[in-house]
Design a protein around this ligand. Structure first.
Ligand SMILES: Nc1nc2c(ncn2[C@@H]2O[C@H](COP(=O)(O)OP(=O)(O)OP(=O)(O)O)[C@@H](O)[C@H]2O)c(=O)[nH]1
Length: 219
């Protein structure tokens, strides 16, 4: 990982046209070391590095995909989970279309902290109606046999805190990683704007017209 605040690059799958593809911002939050960068890298580059450094600030990668016949460009934002980097990550929460709350199944404290992450996101992203905002919860490092968090407890938390979808993932062996990101896309409400572009309809953060302009500025 790079030691600067924002880094990003775009990975384009062949055969996709940019003009009709919605740009969706998905953000990974959770304690330092739970595997956010590894999940992003596994999903976008299909690689796993067991010697990653902590992220400083934020990084992003783009990936184009089709879910249920909808062509989208996912802009995945990976944030620094360590407390000391709080002021470097929070300015990037605004405009997110979906938030992936991540913990590690072998780290009970990271599960306890999910509520704090949700609160931090809701505050800094300026989410007006948290109950209608799409969150997806990921319990990562499923490949490690020594679990501290049961699937039952995690599902219970998701049920009681807004009915969030829950995935147990492994960035190491790729279990459920693509499914989790695809579910994030499914949860985002989208519509066609007046020019026929597919856009997300998250009015929590920015008004529709500005969002449409921002999302289609690439074309
Ligand atoms: N066994 C196992 N190790 C993992 C998995 N995902 C990540 N790791 C390891 O856990 C460590 C931390 O992973 P990162 O992806 O850097 O974690 P992070 O959440 O991005 O951490 P910060 O950048 O500090 O917020 C690294 O050594 C990874 O190789 C996984 O699914 N299984």
């Amino acid at each position: 990982k790079m030691g600067i605040n924002v880094t990003g690059s775009i990975s384009k799958a062949p055969g996709f046209m940019m003009s009709k593809s919605a740009l969706l911002k998905v953000i990974l939050l959770g304690d330092g070391g739970v595997g956010k960068s590894s999940l992003m890298n596994r999903y976008v580059t299909n690689k796993f590095d067991s010697h990653l450094f902590h992220t400083i600030g934020v990084e992003f990668l783009n990936k184009e995909l089709e879910v249920d016949g909808r062509r989208v460009t996912l802009q995945i934002w990976d944030t620094a989970g360590q407390e000391r980097f709080r002021s470097l990550r929070t300015p990037f929460y605004r405009g997110s279309d979906c938030c992936l709350l991540t913990f590690s199944l072998d780290d009970g404290q990271s599960f306890q902290n999910l509520a704090n992450w949700k609160k931090e996101f809701t505050y800094y992203a300026d989410i007006k109606d948290p109950d209608s905002f799409p969150f997806v919860v990921l319990g990562n490092k499923l490949d490690i046999p020594e679990r501290q968090v049961s699937g039952e407890d995690a599902r219970k938390w998701c049920r009681e805190n807004g009915g969030h979808p829950y995935f147990e993932t492994s960035a190491r062996d790729a279990t459920n990683v693509a499914s989790a990101f695809e579910e994030a896309v499914r949860r985002i409400q989208m519509t066609d704007d007046r020019d026929g572009h597919l856009i997300s309809t998250d009015t929590n953060t920015v008004d529709l017209q500005r969002k449409s302009q921002a999302q289609n500025s690439c074309c």
